[in-house]
Design a protein around this ligand. Sequence first.
Ligand code: ADP
Length: 585
Amino acid sequence: MNVLVINCGSSSVKYQVVDVASGAAVAKGKAERIGDGRSHKDALSELLPEIKEHDIQAVGHRVVHGGDSFHDATQITDEVIKAIEACVPLAPLHNPANLAGIAAAREAFPSVPHVAVFDTAFHVRMPRRARTYAIDQELAEKHGIRRYGFHGPSHSYVAKLAADHLGQPLDELRLITCHLGNGASICAIENGKSVETSMGMTPLEGLVMGTRSGDIDPGVVLLLARELGVDGADKALNKQSGLAGLSGLGNDLRDILSAAAEGNDRARLAVSTFAHRVRKYIGAYAAALGGVDAVIMTGGIGENSAEMRRRILQRLGFLGLRIDEDKNGDARVSHDDAVQDVSSGTARVKTLVVATNEELMIAKQSARVVSGGKDVKSPRAIPIAVSARHLHLDRKTMDILFGEGSELSVYREISQPGQFAAEQKVNLIGPRGRIDGVRVLGPLRPGVQVEVSRTDEFRLGVDAPIRDSGKVKGSAPITLEGPKGTVHMEEGLICARRHIHMTPEDAEHFGVKDKDEVEIAITGGPRDLVFGDVLVRVKSSYKLEMHIDTDEANAAELSRGAVGDLVYTAAPGEAAAKLRKRRGS
Ligand code: ADP
């Protein structure tokens, strides 16, 4: 499939025709000098004759800001255009240019599908703690002020190539990807997902860039705005800072490196400030990830400047990261030979130089969307069911409590297929107190399991351990009283561990596996809450649903129809190690 990839900037239109099957760019070009009466449409019309030599089956548009609305590449409709327009205040330079490109291209190619691929989409699901700015949250909500992150196609693309190169599944790796070009950002990727990134609400935050300052005390912004006016401050920070502002020599690192080598002090300051900032972020992200398996260098600087890589990666040996000077000096990457390992033999953490290819990523994502690929990951809310105290019975106990050969009768079906709430109820008797009328859930099971909340166990006077369903060995004792008899159980009482039932398709959609431990955020209610330690249970007969008990539901003040969002997945080993520790085994 040939996909036309369009990247509209404020002053230029760039295009590539990408053959998705081979990954090759079969044509590319650029039209510049937009403005002063020359529009994006004029620029595109100029390029059209050469583009139309190819059979275009889809058009992929790079769109810088998708706000909270877009979690993935999306086929463009009038509604999608409205949503992109709504993000203009967040990206006043980029989104209008992207929209102009979309309008011109839809006119030129009216009969093929157009797809928007967002810079922000890869980061949209970052954990709340990483995406939130510590300001008044009402103000934040009102203006959409949060960390969105950019360069998503590049970070996700190089992470995938790195995983392939390392021969390990992406969802078992902790990666730090450094996209160092004219614009620069760094991303912490855990299990294939962005969990932190340095660009924020706009592409101005984070690393030192060609002409952008990156991180700065907000007090400086206020001072500049007072001295230069808002537009002046904007220009100073976006256009006259970064490598250009530091060096006074423009934004091309090659010029700055040669001036630095000749002893130009401002050039040396620019080089060392740039490197220091990236190094600082690598350390911070290693901490945020709780360790790191590989660091990836990409973008014009990351791919081409051995000197900058060396400066950035020096003295990171304490992380297990060591580069081989010769390999680093010799590394040359290209689209055809995209990955080079520059780590030394003793490095525990790999350093890879990877050639990014944002156009290919945009083309691939567009192709996937138009061919209705099933790995399209749109956001999906997880319905929450609140389990009141209940119990499961086995044949033997049923006989004693309700009479020989008695059967459970259906009171009503419950959400998990095949399960039901029974007419039958049982009284629980503990050393301190009793709870009458606890409903039995059917059908009968091989063992007895009584599930109560923390409040219930206090009433009964027993300490129930938190357990996964089915794991009752060594759990708390309880006496069951039925209409026909009483049974004392030495074990069987548990406080159920919160969990999510899902099908293998759901698991694939969320990028999780059976027994993974995730965080689920409840937002938009009166008491937002993030539940940690939520166990994922995958089976094809399950229906997507999170189960929590009444205490947990009360803590979040959940009402009927509540849903949660999966915000974080623990690394596989991490979840298991934590559980073992908790159980003291
Ligand atoms: P953009 O963000 O515009 O896509 P690029 O990823 O193309 O930017 O990166 C441009 C930057 O890469 C420039 O600062 C340029 O100086 C730098 N660069 C390219 N090649 C080299 C090189 N061999 N040595 C040092 N810097 C380089």
